[in-house]
Design a protein around this ligand. Structure first.
Ligand code: ADP
Length: 630
C-alpha cells in the first residue's frame, strides 16, 4: 500500500505535536480514552436501535496494555470502529483544515499551544509521546478490517488486515526517554492508574488493565507470589450522575476539556437535576473564551443528548436557543425515546419541553452570575455579549424581554459596564430618556462636541461601541418606559424653558444668516439651526428622524448595501455662544459672498468630527488655507 501524505495543515499540526514542548503531555491518554468511549457510545446506540447489530453490554469496554520490553502502550476498545474511508477522513486530515482562520491561528500556535485543543485534534496529541502509531480497526458496518500506521510527518499507510473483533486497537510505540521527559513512565501501572482516575474516571465503560497483585503463597505463608488479574480502573459513574457536592472543580474541568475540545477550563459550570413530569440531568458549560469560529457558519452549536445514560446524539441544536448557542454540554433524560433522530428532534413534544426548561436554567444561571459574580459576568459578556445582542434584534425582537437585562454597555459614568436597569435606577429626576452616543472607542465618543453639555447636565450616556448596538436600541425602542435617544439625533432636547426662549430669540435674530447658509449648502443639509447641545465647540451635525449617522457609516461599509448611498438626513447646528456665531453674523452683514465658504468649511468640520467622510477633501483643505491667509 502506498504511503499517503497528510494534508498540509494536518502536517503542520503534527510537527507541532511531535516537537511539542507542552508540559502536559499526559493528556494524550485522556484524549484516546475519550475517543474510545465515544466509539462505544455509538456502538451501544446502534445495538439498541438495530436488532441485527446487537451487542451485549458486558462486551463494551476499553482495555489498556503496557509492554515495557517493546515500549508499547495499547488502547483498545470494542466500539463502532472505522471503515477505510473513515480512517482516511478522520485520521488523515483535520476536519477544519480548510478554514483560513485555522491556518492563521496555527501560525501563532507554536508559542501558544493552547489553540490546538480547539480544533478537535485529540487523536494527534498521541504524537507528543509516541514515535509511531498503529491503529487497527474494524467497523461494525463492515467485514473487512484495516490498519493505519504512521511515524509522523512522513505520512501514513492504510492496509487491509485480519481482525476478528469489532472495534479499534491503537498501539503507541513510545519515544525514547530524554533528560527532560521520561516517556517510559506511561508504561508503569501506577502512572496509568493515576491518569485514568484523574482524567477518565467517569467514563461509562470499564477501562481495564491487567495488574500485578501480591497474594500469600499457598505453599508457604511467609511468602507472597505475584499474580496477574484484570482490574477495572475507573468508577464508571458518569460525572453528571454524581452528587454535585461530591464533585471537585477539577473533575468538572477535566471532563469539560476532554469532552468538548477545549484546553482551557470552562468559565462557568451549570449542573442540575430536574425531577417531575420531565426528568433530566444537565451538565453544561460556558467556555472561558470565544471559540475561534463562533461567528462563522462552520460553528456547530448544540448539546449532547443522552437517554438514561445512553448516548443518542451529538450537537443537538434544537435543545438550545440561538442566543445561548455558546453553551456546550450534555443532557441526560429519563423520558426520551431512544429512536429519536436529528430530523424529528424539533417536532418532539418532550424535546421541546426539555429545550424550554434548559433555556430557563441558562437564563437563571446568567442572571445569577450577573448578580453575584460581576467580574466573571463581564468577562463572559466580552466573549459572548454580541450573541446576546443578536438575540435581541433577531426575529423582530420577540426575545428582547428575556435578554434585555443580560446586556451591558459602557457608559460615561466611570467608564465601566452598566446594565439598563442600573442606568434607569440612577437617572436624574428631570431626565426622561436613555441617552446614548455611538463611536468606535470611548475616547472618540468623549470628544464628541455634544458630550460636554450632557456632562454638565449630569446625564449618564451609554456608549454604543458596537455598530449593532443601535439595532438593539432600535428594536427595543424603550426600556422600562424610557425611550432611547441618540445624542447625535435632531430630537435631542437639553434646554430648559428659559434657555429655549433665549435660543428662539437668537434664531429669529439670525434667521437670514441661517437661511443663507442653508442655501449655500443645498441638499447636503436639511436645515442650519441654532444648537442647544453644544457647549465649547462651534458646530455639529445631527441626523433627522430615520437613518442615523451611525447607520449611514455602517451601510457604507456593509457589502450588501455598499453603493446604495443610503444617507442620514443631516442638520447643521451652530453654537450661539461660540465666537464663530458672531463672526458668521458679521460676514453675513458685510461680505455675504464669503458666507458660502464658511458654511462649507463648518459642515465639513462637523462631518469629520463625527467620523463621516467629506465629499471633496482637496477643496476643503484649500478653503481652510484661504481663510488662514485671510
Ligand atoms: P475528535 O475526537 O475531537 O473528533 P480526534 O482527532 O480525536 O478528534 O478524532 C477524529 C475522529 O476519528 C473522531 O471524531 C472519530 O470519528 C474517529 N476516531 C478516533 N478514535 C476512534 C476510535 N477509537 N474508534 C472509532 N473512531 C475513532
Amino acid at each position: 500500500m502506498a504511503k499517503k501524505q497528510f494534508k498540509a495543515e494536518s502536517k503542520r499540526l503534527l510537527e507541532l505535536m511531535i516537537n511539542s514542548i507542552y508540559t502536559n503531555k499526559e493528556i494524550f491518554l485522556r484524549e484516546l480514552i475519550s475517543n474510545a468511549s465515544d466509539a462505544l457510545d455509538k456502538r451501544h446506540y446502534l445495538s439498541l436501535t438495530d436488532p441485527s447489530r446487537k451487542v451485549s453490554s458486558k462486551d463494551l469496554k476499553i482495555t489498556l496494555e503496557a509492554d515495557k520490553e517493546n515500549r508499547t502502550l495499547v488502547i483498545q476498545d470494542t466500539g463502532i470502529g472505522m471503515t477505510a474511508e473513515e480512517l482516511e477522513k478522520n485520521l488523515g486530515t483535520i476536519a477544519k483544515s480548510g478554514s483560513a482562520e485555522f491556518r492563521a491561528q496555527l501560525e501563532k500556535a507554536e508559542k501558544n499551544i493552547d489553540i490546538i485543543g480547539q480544533f478537535g485534534v485529540g487523536f494527534y496529541s498521541a504524537f507528543m509521546v509516541a514515535k509511531r502509531i498503529l491503529v487497527e480497526t474494524r467497523s461494525a458496518q463492515s467485514d473487512q478490517a484495516y490498519s493505519w500506521s504512521s511515524s509522523g510527518e512522513d505520512g501514513y499507510i492504510i492496509s487491509p488486515i485480519e481482525k476478528e473483533q469489532i472495534g479499534t486497537r491503537i498501539t503507541l510505540t513510545l519515544k525514547e526517554d530524554t533528560d527532560d521527559e521520561k516517556y517510559s513512565e506511561y508504561l508503569e501501572e501506577y502512572k496509568i492508574r493515576d491518569l485514568v482516575r484523574k482524567y477518565s474516571d467517569y467514563v461509562r465503560y470499564p477501562i481495564m488493565m491487567e495488574v500485578t497483585r501480591s497474594i500469600p503463597d499457598p505453599t508457604d505463608d511467609k511468602k507472597t507470589i505475584d499474580t496477574k488479574e484484570m482490574e477495572t480502573l475507573n468508577s464508571m459513574i458518569p460525572l453528571w450522575k454524581k452528587q454535585k457536592s461530591k464533585i471537585k472543580d477539577e473533575e468538572y474541568n477535566e471532563f469539560y476539556k476532554s469532552k468538548f475540545n477545549d484546553w482551557e477550563d470552562p468559565q462557568k459550570v451549570i449542573h442540575y437535576n430536574v425531577e417531575g413530569t420531565l426528568s433530566y440531568t444537565a451538565l453544561m458549560f460556558i467556555p472561558s473564551r470565544t471559540p475561534y469560529n463562533f461567528y462563522y457558519q462552520d460553528f456547530e452549536p448544540g448539546l449532547r443528548l443522552y437517554s438514561r445514560g445512553v448516548f443518542i446524539l451529538d450537537k443537538a441544536k434544537d435543545l438550545l436557543p440561538d442566543y445561548f448557542r455558546f453553551v456546550t454540554g450534555l443532557v441526560d433524560s429519563e423520558d426520551l425515546n431512544l429512536n429519536i433522530s436529528r430530523e424529528i428532534l424539533q417536532q418532539d413534544r418532550q424535546v421541546r419541553a426539555l429545550a424550554r426548561s434548559i433555556e430557563k436554567k441558562i437564563q437563571n444561571a446568567l442572571e445569577d452570575m450577573l448578580k453575584n459574580d460581576r467580574e466573571g459576568y463581564e468577562k463572559f459578556f466580552e466573549n459572548f455579549g454580541l450573541n446576546l445582542k443578536f438575540g435581541i434584534y433577531k426575529d423582530y425582537g420577540i426575545n428582547k424581554d428575556k435578554l434585555q437585562d443580560l446586556i451591558l454597555f459602557r457608559s460615561s459614568a466611570e467608564n465601566k459596564y452598566v446594565t439598563l436597569k442600573e442606568y434607569i435606577e440612577r437617572m436624574k429626576e428631570d431626565q426622561d430618556k436613555i441617552y446614548y452616543a455611538c463611536g468606535t472607542s470611548v475616547e472618540e465618543i468623549e470628544q464628541l462636541p455634544v458630550m460636554s453639555r450632557i456632562k454638565d447636565k449630569g446625564y449618564e450616556v451609554l456608549y454604543f461601541l458596537d455598530e449593532r448596538d443601535e439595532f438593539v436600541s432600535g428594536i427595543m425602542r424603550d426600556y422600562d418606559g424610557k425611550e432611547f435617544q441618540s445624542v447625535s439625533s435632531a430630537g435631542l432636547d437639553l434646554d430648559s424653558e428659559e434657555e429655549k426662549k433665549e435660543k428662539e430669540e437668537k434664531a429669529q435674530e439670525s434667521k437670514g444668516m441661517l437661511e443663507a447658509m442653508k442655501d449655500a449648502l443645498g441638499s447636503r443639509v436639511k436645515e442650519v439651526r441654532v444648537s442647544s447641545r453644544l457647549k465649547d465647540d462651534p458646530v455639529c451635525v445631527v441626523a433627522d428622524e430615520g437613518i442615523s449617522l451611525e447607520m449611514e457609516k455602517y451601510m457604507a461599509n456593509d457589502p450588501m448595501n455598499k453603493g446604495t448611498g443610503v444617507r442620514a438626513v443631516k442638520i447643521l447646528e451652530i453654537n450661539p455662544s461660540h465666537p464663530i456665531f458672531a463672526k458668521l453674523q458679521e460676514i453675513y452683514q458685510n461680505d455675504p459672498e464669503k458666507l458660502a465658504d464658511y458654511a462649507d468649511v463648518l459642515l465639513n468640520q462637523a462631518l469629520l468630527i463625527q467620523g463621516l467622510p467629506i465629499e471633496n477633501p482637496v477643496e476643503y483643505a484649500r478653503k481652510i488655507t484661504d481663510l488662514m491667509i485671510g
